[in-house]
Every structure is written in structure tokens, then in C-alpha cells.
Design a protein around this ligand. Sequence first.
Ligand code: F3S
Length: 754
Amino acid sequence: MAFDIDMIREVYSQMAERVDKARELVGKPLTLSEKILYSHLWDGTPTKSFQRGKDYVDFAPDRIACQDATAQMALLQFMQAGKKSVAVPTTVHCDHLIQAKQGAAPDLMRANETSSEVFDFLESVSNKYGIGFWRPGAGIIHQVVLENYAFPGGMMIGTDSHTVNAGGLGMLAIGVGGADAVDVMAGMAWELKFPKLIGVKLTGKLNGWTASKDVILKVADILTVKGGTGAIVEYFGPGAQNLSCTGKGTICNMGAEIGATTSTFGYDDSMERFLRATDRNDIADEANKIREYLTGDSEVYENPEQYFDQVIEIDLDTLRPHLNGPFTPDLATPVGELGEKARKNDWPLKVDWGLIGSCTNSSYEDLTRAASIARQAVENKITPKSDFGINPGSEQIRFTAERDGILNVFEQLGATIFTNACGPCIGQWDRSDRKGDEKNTIVHSFNRNFSKRADGNPNTHAFVGSPEMVAAIAISGRLDFDPMTDTLINDEGQEVKLNEPRGIELPPEGFAVDDNGYLAPKEDGSSVEVKVAENSERLQLLKPFEPIKDSELQGMKLLIKAFGKCTTDHISMAGPWLRYRGHLDNIANNTLIGAVNAFNKQTNFVKNQMTGEYGGVPNVQREYKAKGIKTIVVGDHNYGEGSSREHAAMQPRFLGVAVVLVKSFARIHETNLKKQGMLGLTFANEADYDLIQEDDTFNLVDIAEFAENKPLTIEIVHGDGSKDTIKANHTYNDAQIKWYREGSALNLIKKQNA
Ligand code: F3S
């Protein structure tokens, strides 16, 4: 069985008591989001109420999901914890490393050749540690999760930003960095700032060409790409009840595009139907018993302004279909108005590709709605003017859609059916018609349309829409086509008007699948050998970090004084480096290469104090490492902002950086430094940043007395022998000081397990 009904029963059995207690403590009716948060506290039954947007709270998620790109380092780290198996049900999904080119079968074969060492590693490590493994081709992580693991009222974390998709089935599902996932796998709590709450009231009913996708395209228009930051978006109202479960998933999925922590919907009949259709009657039966706890209190939805931090209302009766883009998912234009806007902005009107798929819109219902448009083209002898590509969300969806003749409709239009995987959504697309970096337009049903996202071409103008709108636009081949008013000319010169899309929420004959691609782990994996080739370029087993000795913090050299913005991308770049995500030594060759050197305003060009020569940051650092000299990185404000990538802390640590001293930290990066056993310090006096010179040597004079709430003293010895003594603050608590003293949080866990 893919899911664990006993675990779900346990969650539900505690829910009533915990929610009732929380309601009493908060002193008012609760939203669904609060019910799930308060029923998943690490300490069990709530004892106090939390301040939204302020308090950091420890939670106990029910599940973890990892995709193949991020799982590599997460699992390599987990192996360091000395555990026999993961503490929380976990799955790994191979979906990111499959390039779309010729079609499912040849593409999958190629991926299995080029990335076999990564897949073999993930499969073996999953088998060893009790992790469910979904093979390449089994499906896109978030569709597979929705079909197999998501459950109303649950909390999950996943090492992918679109983990939030599971909100379509009433979960709080949140994307995290690998370090957070490792903590939870190893049996530790997961910390989150108690989110703010945005309520979206949906009234009316979708009709005509308007789809669930248009709800989130509109929300993105209203809130913009930053409007959801630090908040959970909770949808409610009669309009919500009228949406299918997978449609709700689409809406929650793209909550990532407005920066929301996650999005969710209350349990309703559509979710019950989906649970039963995906062979989970027992969960539906259990959920029905505690229905009132799996949705917000009625008073909340009657007077939302009193209970949410912000409320938006959308009337589905009047909502129009949109296409959002190019280059940002919040630039919304109603379909009928896009032609004028495109002409004004000189966006190419000719559409080269229509792509249907991604974790956002690849459900059975999505495919049927798009197919209802494609079928009209076939029946009316209309040759599509754009190329079509389809990525079904899972093997179960693909198998069922093939059985029901849905894929065949697209094939009759010459569509390429790609693997059940991310493909073009993550730039894994060898585009056949690509000629250099020419300006061109594509439409897709994905979530992200930033420059270069789909095909690496900065001049590809990508517009996001519903699958059925993508189908209509691709058939017409024009960005200014409005299927609600315009007609098409068929191959015989006749005028044809497309009818509105029709979809089938769930397959009338039920879902079917031959081999869903799931591999259950061994009951006892202790004898399983983890496969990592000795000379692998992409994978490397980790060695525990040695604790940094107090004596090593005397005579540290300055590696770089970073100027201005220094995000995790500056510290550990993405792009071609993604290939080395599972190989710390190799990926360390990109360490801080994007950071600007404050002394010469150049990137990747720092002074080696031992030779007086300048070189790339990783090279200079490796020379210090070879001589056993620890180094310090100095930074500006909000150092380490951006993604929660743990590599940005692991790489400097691996190369021998001991201290990062900055004006201020992005909190997640600061925590990641602590977890890796480094010192993350802030200038007590910000102006001391200006004291740092290129030839400086640093002594942490009172490190032996490192303690909670006690600033540290740093002696700076300048090149001319003069000295400055400054104070550095830190936020280490006693437990985190133990991480530091042991060399890393994982070292401590391992010691405690021994
Ligand atoms: Fe994959 Fe794109 Fe979703 S990369 S997980 S399909 S956002």
C-alpha cells in the first residue's frame, strides 16, 4: 500500500482535542490553516497561541517528498545521521532529470543512460532507509503525491517549491530546502515562522472557457509575485466547492508563484470523490468522521475580514480566461485583450509551441478538457499551426488517458507525448525547432515562465494559461486568437468556431495502470548497499565535518569581503552546476563565484594573502585549505537570501571557511550555517564592516567562552600590523552551540543515536 492509513488515523484521532484546545487558546474561531498548524505542533497539544508572522514554531510534519535533483544531497546528508530508517514516511520521485526531445520511450531510455548513476543511488538509498521510490517515468512528484499520499488535514514538507500542490486535497504542504527535510527524516522538529493568513473567497461557478487555472492567474495578478510571502492562502466559499480536487491542486500549485508559504482548501465532496477514485476509500471514510475539523469554522468564512490578515473575493461567474506573461507569472491579460498588448510590446504573435503538462496542469481532467478542443480540430480538419507537446502527470494518468482515447486525439494533431515528467517546465527540453536565441512565443500550462525557464533562450516569450486555452491558441498558432469570439479556417477553407471545452473530472471507468513505477523499500534495509561509483563526477558520499578547533580560529585569513547583495545563488550558483548537486567536492568549485569582491568590485577575483596573487574564490580557498588555514567570509546585509539551498552553507564549510561575519543574515541561511557546524556572526556595530581590509587576519579571542546571549570578540590584525578589536553578535542557543562543538547538527544526532 502506498499510503499509511494507520498514520492518518492517528493524525485524525488527535485532531479534535488539539483543535479544540487551540480554539480556546486563540480565543476565536479558527481557519483551516490554523487547525492544521495547531494539530501538528512538535510538542503535541497546544499550550499557547502564536503570533502570526512573528513566532517561530516547531512542527511535526506527517510526510516528506523529494524530487531527484534535490534528493541527492538531502539523502547524502541523511546517511550521516546514523539512522536505520527515516523517522517520517518519505518518498523520492525521479522526474526532473529526464529531457524531453523525441517522445516518452526514447527520452526515458536516454535519461536512464545519462543519469543512471543518480537514479541507482536514489533507488538504493531509498531501499536501505525505508523510503518509497518512484522510478523515472512514474510521474511528476506533485501529481503522484496528490494521487497517493496527500490527505485532508495533513502536513507535509517537500524539497521542491511546488510541494504546495497537495493543498488541493486539503493539506498544508510546504516546499523546503534539503536541510529541513533531513532534520525531519532524522527525527527532529521542523521550524517555521507562524504564517500570516490570506483568505480568498470564491463565489459563483466556472463556466465557458474559464478554468481553475484562471483563478490563480487572477490571484497572481492581484497579489503579484511577492504578495503571498510569509502567508498561507486559504480558499473558501461556494465557488471553492464547485471546483474539482485536481483543479484545486492547480490553484494551490501556483501559490508558489506569488511567494505563498502554501495554499489550501477545506475538505469537501470533490476531495472525497478524488480519494475514492484513487483507491483511498478508507481515508475518505476517516475524513468524513471529522469533517468539521478539516475545514475552517463557519464563522470564519462568514466574516473572513475578522479572521484573515487579508481577504480577496473572486466571482467565478464573471472571471475571464487569462494568459499570464511573458517572463513573469503575474502579468495577467484577459485572452481577448492579449493581441493589442502584444502588438504594443512587440511580443511575437506567432505561437511556435503549445505545451500541456507540468505538476500544475497534467491531471486526467486537464487532459480531457484540452482534448475536447483538440478533438474539434481533428473533426473539423484543422491542421494546428503550432507544435504540441504533452507531459502527462503520472503513469496512472497516462495509462488511463491512453485507454480512454484521449492521448490519441493529441497524436492525431501530431503532438509529441513526452515522458510523465517535468521536461520543458524545468528547461529539460531539447527543442527541435530552436534556431539560436531568436525571439519567439510559446504558450504552456506550466507555472513558471521566467526568462530561459523552458528552453534556455532569453528571447522565448512564454505565456501561461489553462490546458484548454493552450490547446486553442496552439491550434490557431496566434497569440491574439480569442476562441470565444474568433473563428479558424480549416484545411478546406471553411470557417470553424471552436465550442467551449468539456472536461471529465474523473475517469468514468476508473483509473487504471499496469506498472505505476513504484518500488517499495525493503522491510529491513540494513544489508542494502548504497550505490555510488568510486570515480563518479555527480555523486560523492559525505564525510562528517570535523569540529572546528578554537585554535583554528586564531590567525584566520580573509577569503572575501562581499559587497552588496550576496544570495545563495551568488554563494552556490545554479545553471550548469546543478549537475553536481550530489558531489560536494565538485560543486564546491562554484563557491562564492557570484559574490562581488568589495575591494575590486569584481566577481571570483580575490587576493591570496599567502602569495599576494589574485585568483578565483574556490581556488584561493583550496590553497588556504591545503595549508590548514581557516578563513572568514565577510558580508553585507541579508547575506544568504534567496533559496534555502543547503549547498550554500555546506560548500564553504567543506572548503575550510570557519566564520561568516555579516551585517545581517537571511534567517534560513544563518540556520544552515549553524547546522553545518560553522560560526555565523553579525557585526555588533555595522560600521565595523568598513574596518575590514584585504590583508586582514582574524583572531576569535574569546571563542572558548562561546555561550548563548554572549557576543564574541574578534581581533583584526591589518596588513600593516595595526589592530582593531570588534564585537560580533550571534543567535546560537545552547542546542545550536552543541551542533557547533560537534562539527554539525548531524554529527550530534549520530552521537545521540550511537
Ligand atoms: Fe517539475 Fe515544473 Fe513542477 S519542474 S515539479 S513540473 S514546476
